[in-house]
Design a protein around this ligand. Structure first.
Ligand SMILES: Nc1ncnc2c1ncn2[C@@H]1O[C@H](COP(=O)(O)OP(=O)(O)OP(=O)(O)O)[C@@H](O)[C@H]1O
Ligand SMILES: [Mg+2]
Length: 242
């Protein structure tokens, strides 16, 4: 069995004193694509923010490759090998595409391989290669999401956290992006993805968790969850939580 890349053990967290997650247990194994599905306000973003050291951990543990990372600052977490493409503010709008990618590698200092990695990102995302000198704010929604993912990859993560990478995208652009997610996994990167786009997320995932009102209410292989009427599950789990 593959080793655990990321483990959340009884994680209770939120913002300041406010509690958003109530005892979340979740594991992502090396090489997996795992998605977390749930309605608006369920705590999906908060979960990623907790892993990344942005939200406040109240109790529980977070382990990355078997070592505790809870309590560490985001810049340390990046250095350890976790990349994060957030839901909002995920690019620097007034910087060019290329400068955004350079910013994604800032912690690597003067690493001469940064240039090679930028070229690799352009191979993976030809859509943004054409726009390398364009400011990020002038990109289309799909291009911007690709830039956000590419920027997160510039730190050479072992684990990539993606928060709603297909949000606001037309079906075709969303499929293109999900195909890139599979390509990224083929490069040996483990992926935890948060999505509202249930079908698209399940189509690329190995396993998925359902998060409702700050609690995991289901965990199953993706093909099994694809048969579940998730809207009903969201609704009933929410009613139970209230
Ligand atoms: N920075 C913050 N400070 C205080 N409360 C917050 C903050 N961010 C989120 N919250 C609250 O935490 C709860 C969970 O929000 P979160 O963003 O994690 O949900 P989500 O599942 O990502 O929803 P969505 O699908 O809409 O992105 C919400 O009630 C929200 O109002
Ligand atoms: Mg969110």
């Amino acid at each position: 069995m593959a080793a655990a890349m990321l483990e959340l053990r009884s994680v209770t967290s939120g913002y300041g004193k406010m509690e958003v997650l109530h005892g979340v247990n979740l594991t992502v194994k090396e090489g997996e694509i795992v998605s977390v599905l749930g309605p608006n306000g369920a705590g999906k973003t908060t979960m990623l923010n907790t892993v990344f050291g942005i939200a406040t951990l109240h109790s529980g543990k977070i382990l990355f490759k078997g070592e505790r990372i809870d309590g560490l600052k985001p810049h340390t977490i990046v250095r350890l090998g976790i990349g994060y493409s957030p839901q909002l503010d995920n690019v620097f709008p007034n910087l060019t595409v290329e400068d955004n990618l350079l910013m994604g590698a800032y912690m690597r200092g003067r690493d001469p391989e940064i240039r090679d990695d930028i070229k690799e990102m352009y191979d993976l995302f030809p859509e943004i290669a054409r726009r390398r000198n364009q400011k990020a704010k002038t990109l289309s929604g799909g291009e911007r999401q690709m830039l956000a993912v590419a920027r997160a990859l510039m730190s050479r993560p072992k684990l990539l956290l993606l928060d709603e990478p297909t949000s606001g995208l037309a079906p075709k652009a969303a499929s293109t992006l999900m195909n890139k997610v599979m390509e990224i996994r083929e490069r040996g990167i483990t992926i935890l993805i948060v999505e509202q786009n249930v079908k698209k997320a399940l189509s690329v995932s190995d396993r998925a968790y359902v998060l409702v009102s700050g609690r995991i209410v289901k965990e199953a292989p993706a093909e099994e969850l694809a048969k579940v009427e998730l809207d009903k599950l969201f609704f009933s789990a929410r009613a139970e939580a209230e």
